[in-house]
Every structure is written in C-alpha cells, then in structure tokens.
Design a binder for this molecule. Structure first.
Ligand code: PLP
Length: 467
C-alpha cells in the first residue's frame, strides 16, 4: 500500500525535478523494444495534460496536434470524460466484465447507435472487440469472410488498418483459421485516388474516375486474377497513408461497385470517426452507408475501445467466433459515451469543418511562399502538409519528389517551438495535424505560427546540407 500511495507523491516530485525526465528517457531507450515508435521522434515525458496542452517532466509545455494518434476528440482529460470515469469508479461497478451486459455498456451502445447512419442504427449489430482498432479490423474481415464464404479482400494502395494482419493466420486453432479464411495471400490492392500523385497521371475528378473504373473492370475480368471477394475495405480519408481524402463521387462509385456485385463494403472509421473530418462519421459527407463500420480511437474517450457495427443479415458467425478477454472496458465505455454525446451536443463536427477549412486556407497561403510545401489537404481537423524537394523538377502534374529529411527536421523544429506533430504518408513526408476538436481559435493561431516558424528553420538548416 505504501508503494501505491506514494505514486502521486512521486509524480509531484517529478514535476519539480526537471532533470528526472532525462533519466526516464534514458531508461526507456535501454529497456524498451526497438519497435517503439512515437517515443523516438518525440522525446517528451508527459506528466500533466489538459485539453490541447501537454506538460513535460522538464516543465516545457506543448500544443499537442497528435492527440494520441487521433484518439482524443476532446483533448486530454476533458472534464466530462473525467466525470464519467469517476462516476463508474465511485459506483462500485465491476471493471472487468468480459462481454457481459452492464448498464454502462448499454448506455454506450445507445449513445453510439444514436450517431450511426439510420440504416445501420435500425438494422445493425455491434461486436465489441479487443480494445484496438486492428482487432476490430480483423473482426470485420473475419465476419465478411464467414458471411460471404469468400476469402478475397479488396484493399487500397496507401491503406493502413493496424498491425495484426498475421495474428489469425498464426493461430493454432485450425477450425477458427479455416472458417475465417485466414490463409491470406488473397488481397487485391486497388489504386486509391491520390490527387497530388495521381497513379494515372491526370489527377482531379478524372483521376478518381479512372481509379473507380480500374476497380470495376478488374472485378469483372475473369482473367483479372481477383479471387472471389469477401469485402472491400477502405478509409474515407487515409490517415497514416498521408491524409488523403477520397472524393465523395469516388466513394459513391465504390458503394455502387460493391453493392452491384454483392460485396460487403467495410469502412474503417478508426481514425476519421467522431467528428474528426467535419461530419460525425466520414461516410456522411458522401452519403454512402457501408455494410460494416470499424470504430475505435475516439469512441473510447481516450481509453481503449474498439467495435465493429454491421448490417444484421451479415451476422452469420458462430458464438465465440471473435472472442477476447478485454472486450468490456467499463471506464472506456463511460468515457466514450460522454465523448460521443459532447461532440454531438456541441456540434464539434461542424466546428472541425469550419476551423479545418480555415487552417487549410492559411496553410495554402504558406505554401504559396514555400515551394517545399507540395500539397495541403485534408477534411475537417485531419490535415496533411506534404513536403517536397523544392529544387527538383516537378512531374507532369506539378508534383515534386518527397522530402522526408525536411519533414523530419520540421517535426523536430516544431517540437523545439512547443508543438507536437506527427509524420505520415509516403516516405514519412507528410506533416499531419490532428488537433482535438476543442482547439480554440487562439491555439489554432499558435499552431500555425509555430509550424510556419519550424518550416522556415528546417529549410534554413537544410540549406547547410541533408539532416
Ligand atoms: N485503422 C486505421 C484507419 C488507423 O488509423 C489505425 C491506427 O492508426 C488502425 C486501424 C489501427 O488501430 P490500432 O492502432 O488501435 O490497432
């Protein structure tokens, strides 16, 4: 008990000892896996956080445009989230309940269904998954394979759906493996409409249309090499792929193409959901209704939670077909329900749309003076700035080669100015902004100022040679 009760004391002491963070970082580098990610480029030891502000053990404060990789719709420690967590703790409710029914889960499910497209809300089922987005993706694909009896999966260039693709194929349970069709190698990758680097060399609506034609024709070609498809899996805005929004018309074409061929459409809204892209769910902008939606990150109000929701006629799997010990995180469900309600009540999706457009407008203004900014794009508060080699020859569409060293330098210069940003996209050349939807106008100005200054500094440093 003594050790436990001293933890807050240790934390308080830590925040008074600005050198303690260095020891923590050193021990992390010695003890943690070589696979650690954010910790490499963001050597921050967070000890306090509120809203968009994170305070490091060294006493420095940062504006956080990473938001737990998009998991924090309301920023850190929002009062309604803390209140929801406290009320579960104070109620004496069990915290570990597997997939049993509880009042907290019932309230979460109700809150979530209130946000879904009407067809899914009325005729949908929900599967609570292990608490990561990747597990919910696995569940969605497994469900589609079982429901259709097909193994093939249509995915897209640049897609990111998590890190566990091999998990099921590696299991020793032969029955589970074969019924889920996990023998893989049956993935067909289709071209995603990436306007700035259009794979067809035309860009714009025409480029997106050609990408749709490619998909439709390939699926109908008996010699196209495409195995019978269990599903098409896509992101309405690719996040890790470099913040690439799919045009609405293209999404509608994907919906038509899949519906006409009886292929379930799975939309992965793990990163785009809960108001992030300017509508509550990213699919709303185009008006399409997927057969399956994969949801995680912000739905847990900063705690781990992941679900798939789907049309009830797909509900053909057997009991236990997708199990897992930690599918009943009560604190996450309470925090998530509070977050979903807050975003709706305060129309934070609309705020994301308005502010996102304003931010992108300003960033495009910046691009006019910096040839190293090749493209500014996004939806709502999911924004990407693609860095390019300003002195290289542009291609026929005006796109220059990626500039990964410059992007990395910008990230470091931003950090020095108290701004946390993430990189993504091809070659890690896209600076990604995922601020909380609660970001104020003043904070947005500060983000722009710090980013502009970081770009200037990184360019100046770059003139001295590669980083
Ligand atoms: N799907 C998308 C679109 C994502 O962006 C991510 C993570 O960034 C995932 C799935 C995987 O989620 P997790 O990291 O929780 O497994």
């Amino acid at each position: 008990m003594a050790a436990l009760s001293s933890v807050p004391g240790q934390l308080a002491a830590l925040t008074d000892d600005f050198t303690a963070g260095e020891g923590i970082l050193r021990r992390q580098a010695q003890r943690e896996s070589a696979a650690r990610t954010y910790a490499r480029s963001l050597p921050v030891v967070p000890v306090r956080a509120r809203g968009m502000t994170v305070e490091g053990a060294d006493g420095r404060r940062y504006l956080d445009c990473l938001s737990g990789a998009g998991a924090l719709a309301l920023g850190h420690n929002h009062p309604v989230v803390l209140e929801a967590i406290r009320s579960v703790l104070d109620s004496g409710a069990p915290l570990q309940v597997l997939d049993l029914a509880t009042p907290v889960k019932d309230a979460f499910t109700t809150a979530l269904f209130e946000t879904l497209p009407a067809e899914l809300a009325e005729h949908g089922r929900i599967q609570f998954c292990g608490p990561t987005g990747a597990d919910a993706v696995e569940a969605a694909v497994k469900l589609a394979r079982i429901a259709t009896g097909h193994g093939g999966l249509l995915t897209f260039s640049g897609a990111y759906h998590g890190m566990t693709a091999g998990a099921l194929a590696a299991t020793g349970d032969v029955v589970a493996r074969s019924s889920a069709g996990a023998q893989d190698g049956r993935i067909t990758r289709l071209p995603y409409p990436y306007d700035y680097r259009c794979p067809f060399g035309v860009g714009g609506d025409r480029g997106a249309e050609l990408s749709a034609r490619w998909a439709g024709q390939l699926l109908d070609d008996p010699k196209g090499g495409v195995p019978p498809s269990a599903a098409m899996l896509l992101e309405a805005v690719q996040g890790e792929g470099g913040v690439i929004p799919a045009p609405d018309a293209w999404l509608r074409r994907m919906r038509e193409i899949t519906a006409a061929r009886g292929i379930p459409l799975i939309v992965d809204e793990v990163q785009t959901g809960v108001g992030r892209t300017g509508t509550f769910w990213a699919v709303e902008r185009s008006g399409i209704v997927p057969d399956v939606m994969v949801l995680s990150k912000a739905i847990g109000g900063s705690l781990p939670l992941a679900v798939t929701v789907y049309r009830e006629d797909l509900d053909a799997w057997r009991p236990g077909a997708h199990a897992g010990t930690f599918r009943g995180n009560q604190l996450a469900m309470a925090a998530g329900a509070a977050t979903l309600r807050f975003v709706r009540q305060h129309a934070l999706d609309e705020r994301a749309e308005t502010l996102g457009n304003r931010l992108m407008g300003r960033l495009r203004g910046l691009a006019a003076h910096h040839a190293c900014i090749g493209d500014v794009r996004g939806r709502g508060l999911m924004i990407g700035v693609e860095l390019v080699d300003a002195v290289a020859e542009p291609d026929e569409l005006g796109a220059r080669p990626n500039a990964p060293h410059l992007a990395a330098r910008i990230q470091q210069e931003a950090l020095r100015r108290g701004l946390i940003v993430e990189l993504g996209g091809r070659h890690g050349s896209v600076v990604r902004l995922l601020p909380p939807l609660t970001i104020t106008d003043e904070q947005a100005e500060a983000v722009l100022d710090r980013l502009a200054s970081a770009i200037e500094a990184a360019q100046a440093a770059g003139r001295g040679g590669p980083a």
